[in-house]
Design a protein around this ligand. Structure first.
Ligand SMILES: Cc1cc2nc3c(=O)[nH]c(=O)nc-3n(C[C@H](O)[C@H](O)[C@H](O)COP(=O)(O)OP(=O)(O)OC[C@H]3O[C@@H](n4cnc5c(N)ncnc54)[C@H](O)[C@@H]3O)c2cc1C
Length: 309
């Protein structure tokens, strides 16, 4: 069955009309990551993405949601049917979380943000409503637009609505911490931890699932160190370093200040900002080509650089 044209939805059509096709424009979410990628150029017109949950098909494990919806509202709606999604709730909007492209702390358990965006509906630089991806794998042809929009900071298109994969809320979720454990051994010992964090001394592990499985995993952790249950993860320093997961073994506080590393992920929360690393020339050239194809006049979120964070 052919999907109806997006412009038949009056909410999406009104958003596309507001975005228009000529001047510099950016979406303003809740501004929780407003400074990421640099300041938006002076004179850029700010618009708000539409809000509301269009439909939650719990049995299909998908939700269709307007991009301006607060992540907290989406999480509360999904929880009513025992589900969650990969979007972290830190006061932002669905579109902002996707545009910022940061994974949840429990990414090993709830999956990556990029993999959870099944379909994206956005307004292009020409002011057209475009659909990319699809809720079932069979429907997907052409470019993988949902993935390219994740982390693009709204420089390739203004996200109006998305279809996200959901997953079950775990029956049990607990944090355990040890001061004598090798975090890499802990990660290897466990079947599927939702998070393994390490600050150079302490190791925190989040276990989730059915209670007997969590108990069994906790017992396994006992072979790695003296773990005790704690309330939650440690406070996370503000800067984010993106490293290859293998590099985490060689971290030292001199470089990062205090840090909390996500073992198995490659993300490090650190006190000091990550020194900027130039993109390899081939990647830089590819990025520039993608940007000029999607936004030839540079009108979408001018000033922002998704590569500079
Ligand atoms: C204290 C704190 C802790 C956090 N911790 C984590 C964490 O542990 N894990 C994690 O994954 N994330 C974390 N986040 C990030 C969080 O996911 C984002 O801050 C948030 O969801 C961004 O949403 P926003 O509506 O505030 O976006 P804004 O700050 O308003 O916008 C961010 C950028 O996205 C663009 N944008 C916004 N909406 C759209 C749209 N519809 N279409 C196109 N572009 C758009 C904006 O133009 C801007 O460039 C944390 C944030 C904070 C403040």
């Amino acid at each position: 069955m052919t999907a109806p044209p997006l412009a038949a939805d009056p909410v999406l059509a009104a958003f596309a009309e507001e975005v228009g096709a000529t001047d510099a424009v950016a979406v303003e979410g809740a501004r929780t990551r407003w400074a990421v990628g640099g300041a938006v150029a002076d004179g850029t017109r700010l618009v708000k993405a539409p809000t509301g949950i269009v439909r939650h098909e719990a049995e299909e494990m998908i939700v269709c949601v307007r991009a301006g919806t607060p992540v907290a509202e989406l999480a509360a709606t999904l929880a009513q049917r025992g589900q969650r999604c990969a979007l972290p709730d830190h006061g932002g909007t669905v579109g902002g979380a996707i545009a910022a492209g940061e994974n949840d702390l429990l990414v090993l358990g709830c999956g990556t943000l990029r993999a959870s965006v099944l379909e994206v509906r956005y307004v292009s630089a020409e002011g057209r409503l475009i659909r990319g991806g699809g809720p079932t794998v069979k429907n997907v042809t052409g470019f993988d637009l949902p993935r390219i929009m994740v982390g693009a900071l709204g420089t390739l298109g203004l996200i109006a609505e998305v279809i996200l994969r959901t997953n079950p809320l775990p029956a049990t979720s607990l944090w355990a911490m040890a001061t004598d454990a090798d975090p890499f051994a802990a990660r290897d010992a466990l079947l599927r931890p939702a998070a393994v964090l390490w600050d150079g001394t302490h190791t925190w592990v989040n276990l989730e699932g059915h209670a007997p499985d969590v108990t069994a995993q906790l017992a396994l952790l006992g072979t790695v160190g003296r773990f005790a249950e704690v309330q939650g993860p440690p406070p996370l320093p503000a800067c984010r370093w993106s490293l290859a997961p293998g590099e985490l073994r060689h971290l030292h506080a001199q470089q990062l200040g205090g840090f909390v590393a996500s073992v198995g992920v490659g993300l490090v929360h650190a006190e000091r900002p990550q020194p900027s690393r130039a993109l390899p020339p081939t990647v830089a050239a590819l990025s520039a080509r993608v940007k000029s194809n999607f936004d030839p006049t540079g009108r979408l979120n001018p000033g922002r650089n998704p590569g500079a964070r």
